[in-house]
Design a protein around this ligand. Structure first.
Ligand code: C2E
Ligand code: CA
Ligand code: CA
Ligand code: CA
Length: 278
């Protein structure tokens, strides 16, 4: 038993070392990915439930890994946040999304809003607002065609600071949305203080609609709450016609999800917009 015990400990430390080593390797890979632009953005349409128009898209980052193929953000954003690489990666995302949106406009498409996800660590950087201003300036995109998606938990980390930064962003003219709404915790009184234009109902409340009565109640409540505060409400992760019908009936303003389109490359999005608008 003693022998086995010692072996077990050894295996354990080897595994730990392995994991630490692997993490360092992944971190190095992320740096390389940034330097060699292995990242790219896909765009997922957002549809207005009243007009049927695609009025906005959410930019979602992907990593074209030379050996592992396409890696999804869930697999590398956490590490990027932990290591601080989210700063430069986030800058790249913001600038690319602004430049792409301007390019769509220049190609003659009716203007849409591009929505960009923001990490807490990015948002809390001292010069964050200046970076947003710089991305707009350098791309020539008007601020009103950019939206930033902030999560409840990001805001709640330091509400005072967040509200201040949000006001500065609002002054720039960019739109703000609260992402994954309902999964974090923000009090009604704090929600009232946020200068945001939209709430995004989290996918976890959408996926079991219309059958799950708890989720139906939550979705309906979020829509009422949003409207009470004069916000637009968008539901994400809408995959079926039944979900769409339920949400429309409940007064939801907008939807995003596979039912409309998966996230797609810039070229494919251009074609899609052109089909519906040109
Ligand atoms: P999120 O902001 O909640 O983005 C929505 C996620 O749901 C995306 O996953 C999207 O592809 C997926 N999705 C959209 N419609 C449906 C649907 O109908 N059904 C299902 N099952 N899924 C749907 P993705 O692209 O893998 O992104 C995952 C998360 O990674 C995002 O969640 C966001 O938190 C983060 N992320 C993505 N891009 C960026 C970025 O540029 N910067 C930062 N900081 N985070 C990002
Ligand atoms: Ca989002
Ligand atoms: Ca979300
Ligand atoms: Ca449920």
């Amino acid at each position: 038993a003693k022998e086995i015990g010692r072996d077990a400990v050894q295996v354990f430390t080897f595994e730990l070392a392995d994991r630490a080593h692997e993490k360092l390797e992944r971190q190095e890979e992320l740096r390389r990915a940034l330097a060699q632009t292995e990242f790219f953005l896909q765009y997922q349409p957002q549809m207005d439930l009243v007009t049927g128009r695609i009025f906005a898209v959410e930019a979602l980052i992907r990593w074209r890994h030379p050996e592992r193929g396409i890696v999804s953000p869930g697999e590398f954003i956490p590490l990027a946040e932990e290591t601080g690489l989210i700063g430069p990666i986030g800058d790249w995302t913001l600038r690319t999304a602004c430049r792409q949106n301007k390019a769509w406009q220049l190609s003659g498409l009716p203007p849409i809003v591009v929505s960009v996800n923001v990490s807490a660590r990015q948002f809390q950087e001292r010069d964050w607002v200046e970076r947003v201003a710089a991305a707009l300036e350098e791309s020539g995109l008007e601020a009103r065609y950019l939206e930033l998606e902030l999560t409840e938990s990001l805001i709640m980390e330091d509400v005072q600071q967040a509200v201040e930064t949000m006001h500065r962003l609002e002054q720039l003219g960019v739109h703000l949305a609260i992402d994954d709404f309902g999964t974090g915790y923000s009090s009604l009184s704090s929600l009232k203080r946020f200068p945001v234009g939209r709430l995004k109902i989290d996918r976890s409340f959408v996926q079991d609609l219309p059958g799950d009565s708890d989720d139906a109640a939550i979705a309906t409540a979020v829509i009422s709450l949003g409207h009470l505060l004069q916000l637009r409400v968008i539901a994400e992760g809408v995959e079926t016609r039944e979900q769409l019908d339920f949400l429309r009936e409940a007064g939801c303003d907008e939807i995003q999800g596979y039912h409309i389109s998966r996230p797609i490359d810039a070229m494919a999005l251009q074609a899609l917009l052109c089909l519906s608008e040109c």
